[in-house]
Design a protein around this ligand. Structure first.
Ligand SMILES: [Ca+2]
Ligand SMILES: [Ca+2]
Length: 615
């Protein structure tokens, strides 16, 4: 995500954000996607707006925002035919704005069709939005996410049909090369701002390729390599992954030049489009952007510094993306694959030589991605190098790293620092498990690590929505990662004990949450989704420009209220649901809950492609 507090931390920027917002032209979304008028009292019934698989778990959650109670529910076919119930309901306690919740399980409705869930209480009858039960409910969903990735492209941007950030960039924080130009145009903007990080970009690239490797039939081909409409014989998810890989190759051009970041928080000084980015890094507005290497030392050109200790967090991510890239592109483009295989090994050796974290660099504000773990990244890199080369050494080292951090530390906790444990789940355990040379005892050990993390979250999920993640910034990322880890665990073991929570996390992201909002912009198109995402592109071109983008998601009220410079631009249409310990605002002014994020979007590709492939 953007680390948007940068904006809040620079007072005149905050004023600018608010000023732009108040001058914002009224935009109208498509009529089909207009939000429900949220009830100000009574009960609402929330559903997964994408739909449910015929043989899958199906749960709607009813939420009372006053003292209303329910006694029964029924599922009606759109023809009016009763499919289930009336059945008694059982209360699941309060959560957030909901004084009471009820889980309405209609898993037995297996016939494909369109339905309504009806909840009834004394003098009360509430109807859900239309519920889809359809084996193909997730068809095309993963590809929809790619629309956001294309819109985020730097270099040639197919949304604008123009090149953006052509002058990237000039090397900084490097005594030998300071001030030199290096051609590193490409990649993706991180969020609503235009900074670019290897941390998030390499992870996103990896996740796109992993999604394709494991669920190739979930992806289509309707765009070319530049992201313009028109098939090119390459699945679009690989077009997008290649766009990421090519940028990563530019950012690690030789063994002693490992770059980590393009641009810095001086980007936040002006609110503008990627095509007209007027950031001034000391060489004039709209000129070159700074390129930061990993140095293994605390970094920051101005008064603030990060706490970097090494290079391995970034090196491991390079190694894993390149090594998987070499496998995925091996047959399509042997030359490209060979270059990545060579770079993968080189990156991994940098990580061996410089253990520790390479955090993002702050400039004029004290905020950065406070990543504190690196063994997860080296584990994934080693696992992928083993998959690529078959060398036993890499498998052994992957296992050594796995044992140093069995559980991603936020799991089971109620808070964490900003991007402290990234990636949000560790794909490394699954990738070692896939290795033919792994022993059965090692596979059980790795699955046990995943189970420990899932257990930690599950213990906190004693609410009607069955969610147990902490609502720190980017809670949607945590939700998606929890669901992904649960899916990987289920695949590795056949143990379905977390499946209810896995589906609850997915349902949450697509509308089974107190606000009844899909957390992915314009998905499904006829659902309820953000009309005022926090990006200047959306402000000028409408929310559909952000199609496919995963929002940051709800945060603890305490976080929202502690942010400086945050002002909602409009009356809160979800005010009735922002009375509890977590809040979400569909408002341009809320940079904490309503900003689309590139890394989270790529993470979703795995889940949605799995849902279509039948997992
Ligand atoms: Ca294509
Ligand atoms: Ca890490």
């Amino acid at each position: 995500m953007t680390m948007p507090t940068f904006r809040a931390a620079v007072p005149f920027v905050a004023v600018l954000v608010a000023g732009c917002a108040s001058a914002r032209p009224a935009t109208q979304g498509p009529e089909a996607a207009e939000p429900d008028r949220p009830a100000t009292e009574g009960v609402v019934v929330r559903i997964n707006q994408i739909g449910y698989l015929p043989d899958g778990q199906k749960v709607a959650v009813a939420c009372a925002v006053d003292a209303s109670t329910l006694t029964e529910f029924e599922v009606l076919h759109e023809s009016g035919r009763s499919m289930l119930g009336p059945a008694p309901v059982a209360a699941s306690g309060g959560f957030g704005p909901c004084t009471t919740t009820w889980r309405l399980d209609f898993s037995n409705v297996r016939e494909p069709g369109r339905y309504h869930v009806i909840a009834r209480g004394p003098q009360l009858e509430v109807r859900s939005r239309t519920v889809r039960v359809d084996a193909r409910a997730y068809q095309g969903a993963a590809d929809t996410l790619l629309a956001y990735m294309r819109q985020q492209r730097s270099g040639f941007n197919p949304y604008f049909r123009d090149s953006v950030h052509k002058l990237d960039g000039i090397i900084v924080d490097d005594p030998q090369r300071e001030g030199q130009f290096i051609p590193v145009s490409g990649g993706w903007a991180d969020a609503g701002d235009y900074l670019q990080y290897v941390t998030t970009s390499a992870t996103a690239t990896f996740q796109l390729m992993m999604s394709y490797r494991d669920h190739p039939n979930s992806f289509g081909d309707a765009f070319d390599a530049r992201g313009l409409p028109g098939a090119n014989g390459v699945p679009d998810v690989l077009d997008e992954a290649r766009h990421g890989l090519e940028w990563l190759l530019r950012m690690f051009p030789s063994d002693d030049q490992m770059y980590n970041q393009l641009g810095d928080d001086r980007d936040h000084r002006y609110l503008d489009l990627p095509t007209t980015d007027s950031s001034d890094y000391g060489w004039g507005k709209g000129m070159e952007r700074p390129v930061y290497p990993c140095t293994g030392r605390p970094q920051g050109l101005m008064q603030h510094k990060n706490r970097s200790t090494g290079k391995a967090s970034t090196a491991g991510k390079y190694a894993s993306a390149f090594a998987l890239g070499a496998q995925v592109f091996g047959e399509r483009d042997p030359e490209f694959a060979a270059r990545m295989a060579e770079r993968a090994t080189a990156a991994y050796e940098v990580g061996r030589e410089f253990p520790g974290v390479c955090q993002t660099a702050p400039a004029s504000a004290p905020y950065f991605y406070e990543e504190d773990n690196w063994v997860d990244d080296m584990e994934l890199g080693a696992a992928q190098l083993h998959a690529l080369t078959g060398e036993q050494r890499f498998l052994r080292e992957a296992l050594e790293y796995a044992r140093q951090e069995p559980v991603t530390p936020w799991m089971g906790s109620d808070t964490a620092s900003h991007y402290q444990w990234f990636p949000w789940h560790n794909n490394g355990h699954h990738e070692i498990w896939r290795a033919e040379a792994a022993l059965e005892s090692e596979r059980r050990e790795l699955a046990g690590y995943y189970r420990q993390g899932l257990d930690g979250v599950a213990r906190r999920a004693d609410n009607g929505f069955r969610v147990g993640i902490p609502f720190i910034w980017c809670s949607n990322n945590l939700m998606a990662s929890f669901a992904t880890q649960a899916l990987l665990y289920r695949r590795m073991t056949g143990d379905e004990q977390f499946q209810e929570l896995e589906m609850a996390a997915l349902d949450w992201l697509f509308g089974t949450n107190p606000w009844g909002v899909s957390m992915v912009v314009n998905l499904p198109h006829d659902g309820v989704w953000s009309k005022d995402p926090h990006t200047d592109v959306a402000r000028q071109f409408g929310p559909e420009s952000q199609t496919g983008g995963l929002l940051d998601g709800p945060v603890y009220r305490s976080i929202f209220e502690s942010l400086r410079g945050i002002h909602l631009s409009d009356p809160d249409e979800y005010a009735a649901f922002n009375t509890g310990f977590i809040v979400y605002h569909d408002d341009f002014g809320d940079y904490s809950t309503n900003e689309p994020i590139m890394d989270g979007t790529a993470n979703m590709a795995y889940l949605l492609s799995a849902m279509f492939s039948g997992r």
